[in-house]
Design a protein around this ligand. Structure first.
Ligand code: SF4
Ligand code: SF4
Length: 386
């Protein structure tokens, strides 16, 4: 998260306009529009912050469509802090958003990140099953996954803290129960917060830094109370936030994929064979070490056939609010992924970030393709020998 002394003009001036980031930017790849590139967005944000550019529908689009994939920051030779610049730009622009957009944004964040919001969504999702509604929100609600997660064996002595994050708690109980199933096999107890705890990424990347700061503080307090020196997450979007904002010498964080891959107790003898063709989606937020470990772990399943996307694009277009209100570039990125899936025809797709999984699942439903998107850990748990 940007520090309180962050200077937007100074950070933007660090950009030498070399354009080396541009070919790596997914929204530029699908739009071929400079304003949809990192360099273009930096120029727009600088001009807006200095009063040389007024708020407009197109400026809003270019700010919102960025998926915060951070491919640009990773390749920038001048170390431009792009993440801080886009977060700061969205924060500045927040007051200029149409009232309806601002309300939708604030409501969505509040509902997703609070216990009461999850209860409310559960009630609404039951109601929407009876009323015929066809919009992005109603389709998302149909993917709510609040089933019983199963219990962690109390006899287990060793334990690990799992932070599911807000969206994971709401939409991805299936992955949580899969993790518990594997941990039980390893005789490890899972400590899970009994209330919704958000990692702060959604607020931070939508321009609400104070709210993000409060959420990160709550996570730190929880880890301290639990004496949790080591904790894991299973949505790579949260994982990146934990790595950047929470992890330190006191609290060590790993993505569940890397944590399992590092465990000497997980090996091919644990799994039944699976003859399925599995398409692997690697989210932009998944760190390099975990990316390698996704294939390493899945290859422990005998007979599995792992496949790669063939569209040449890294990002699926999801990320923060783009899942709820996607711009044209975000839709094009998703369409490219869905077309790729249509040509590959896998039996199942695995993705380690719930935002990407929901985005892909909605796209598949719209295209009439009956293929499930699950977390790699869910596939591992399904193949466990009993
Ligand atoms: S952000 Fe970095 S890579 Fe992109 S144009 Fe600026 S200096 Fe070059
Ligand atoms: S974060 Fe990703 S989508 Fe946004 S400008 Fe950088 S490369 Fe493009």
């Amino acid at each position: 998260m940007m520090s309180t002394t962050f200077n937007l003009t100074k950070a933007a001036d660090q950009c030498v306009m070399c354009g080396m980031c541009i070919p790596h930017c997914p929204t530029y790849q699908v739009s071929q529009n400079e304003a949809e590139s990192p360099r273009g967005r930096i120029s727009l944000i600088k001009a807006f912050s200095e009063g040389q550019l007024s708020a407009s529908a197109s400026l809003e689009t270019h700010l919102q469509s960025c998926t915060s994939c951070m491919k640009c920051q990773q390749v920038c030779p001048a170390n431009v802090p792009y993440q801080d610049i886009i977060d700061s730009g969205r924060h500045l622009y927040r007051g200029k958003l149409k009232l309806s957009s601002r309300l939708l944004q604030k409501m969505s964040i509040a509902v997703l990140t609070h216990q009461w919001g999850h209860q409310l969504l559960s009630i609404i999702s039951v109601a929407t099953k009876r009323i015929s509604m066809d919009n992005q929100f109603a389709r998302l609600l149909k993917l709510l996954n609040k089933r019983n997660i199963g219990s962690t064996a109390a006899k287990n002595q060793q334990s690990i803290t799992i932070l599911p994050g807000c969206t994971g708690s709401l939409f991805d109980q299936r992955t949580l129960s899969s993790i518990i199933k594997i941990l039980n096999l390893l005789n490890i107890r899972a400590n899970i917060p009994n209330k919704v705890m958000c990692c702060g990424a959604l607020s931070q990347h939508s321009g609400y830094p104070q709210q993000a700061h409060k959420q990160i503080t709550a996570i730190n307090n929880y880890l301290s109370q639990q004496n949790a020196n080591e904790f894991v997450s299973f949505a790579s979007g949260c994982g990146r936030q934990f790595n950047e904002q929470v992890a330190n010498e006191q609290f060590q964080h790993k993505d569940i994929i890397s944590w399992l891959a590092d465990s000497t107790s997980v090996n091919s003898a644990n799994f039944e064979s699976c003859a399925q063709r599995v398409l692997v989606h690697l989210p932009c937020t998944l760190e390099d070490y975990a990316r390698e470990n996704v294939t390493k772990l899945l290859n422990l399943i005998p007979s599995i056939k792992l496949l790669e996307f063939n569209d040449g694009l890294s990002c699926c277009g999801a990320g923060g609010m783009q899942l709820i209100s996607p711009e044209d570039s975000n839709r094009s990125l998703l369409n490219s992924k869905i077309n790729s899936i249509g040509t590959i025809q896998p039996d199942v797709i695995v993705s380690s970030n719930i935002g990407c999984s929901l985005n892909l699942q909605l796209g598949l439903q719209n295209a009439g393709l009956d293929i499930n998107v699950i977390h790699p850990v869910t596939l591992l748990a399904r193949q466990l020998k009993h």
